[in-house]
Design a protein around this ligand. Structure first.
Ligand code: GLP
Length: 250
């Protein structure tokens, strides 16, 4: 099964068990295929996603939901509108707030009020960032404003085209992400191989924010062959997957 489809399958399995599941959602190129598969699954009647509650990881400061590059717009286009998700079940970090710390605190409170995040979907930046927690982010951080690293601005420029990329974002913190009951990180392509190896096999370090997931009790890392290329224990991971006891398979 393709990496993106496996992530969709894990989400659908949770939602079948818990229709009002609280999902933490990611943007970027990687989750596009996962969202497309979830939409297809709902159209085929394999899952009903209309009762889920969602919290997105991050948003650009100053961009509203109609801005063509906002993550809110991305989510509406690729998931929320196609599955018919009611507005009241959607939460996006407060990119337009005048009192940013208060609004970020309120975002954390609404996650708690929803009962916490059941499953957090994650991608990864080339530098090992999750959400927009750039290297040196506190491993205990909560939702807050961040300034983007130059390499992240450059990666985002492809989406913004001739428009300037905002330098500031609101992102869930690494502590927020670590509170999710299950984290599912998807990485594909050669350009993610370094970040994946440092995340899984390197030391836990604020220089590689995703490495904080080593302290998480239930994280699933889904990779394709290219993104897995620099993992030294590949044979071991394959044998673990191939030899799962039956009760762990579904
Ligand atoms: C941005 C997002 C991350 C995402 C990363 C990688 O930085 N804030 O959540 O994981 O991009 O994106 P892509 O999947 O396009 O490589």
């Amino acid at each position: 099964m393709e990496a993106a489809h496996l992530a969709a399958w894990i989400i659908a399995r949770l939602v079948r068990r818990k229709p009002q599941a609280v999902l933490g959602l990611a943007t970027g190129t990687t989750p596009l295929a996962t969202y497309a598969e979830l939409v297809r699954m709902q159209q085929r009647g394999e899952v009903d996603l209309r009762r889920i509650v969602t919290f997105n990881l991050d948003e650009f400061v100053g961009l509203d939901e109609n801005h063509r590059c906002s993550f809110h717009r991305y989510m509406k286009t690729h998931l929320f509108d196609p599955i018919g998700l009611p507005r009241r079940q959607i939460h996006i970090p407060p990119a337009l707030a005048s009192d940013v710390p208060a609004a970020c605190h309120a975002y954390e409170m609404s996650i708690a009020a929803a009962g916490g995040i059941d499953l957090q979907l994650l991608g990864i930046g080339r530098d090992g960032h999750i959400g927009f927690n750039e290297p040196t982010s506190s491993l205990a951080s909560r939702t807050r404003i961040k300034t983007l690293a130059a390499s992240t601005v450059m990666a985002q420029q492809a989406v913004f085209g001739d428009d300037p990329v905002p330098r500031h974002v609101i992102t869930m913190g690494i502590g927020t992400i670590r509170d999710a009951r299950h984290c599912v990180l998807v990485a594909t392509g050669t350009h993610k191989a370094d970040a994946v190896a440092r995340t899984v096999e390197g030391p836990v370090s604020a220089m590689v924010p995703a490495s904080a997931l080593q302290h998480h009790p239930q994280t699933t890392i889904i990779v394709d062959g290219e993104a897995a290329a620099k993992l030294t224990l590949q044979d071991y991971y394959r044998s673990v997957f191939a030899n799962k006891p039956d009760w762990q398979k579904n």
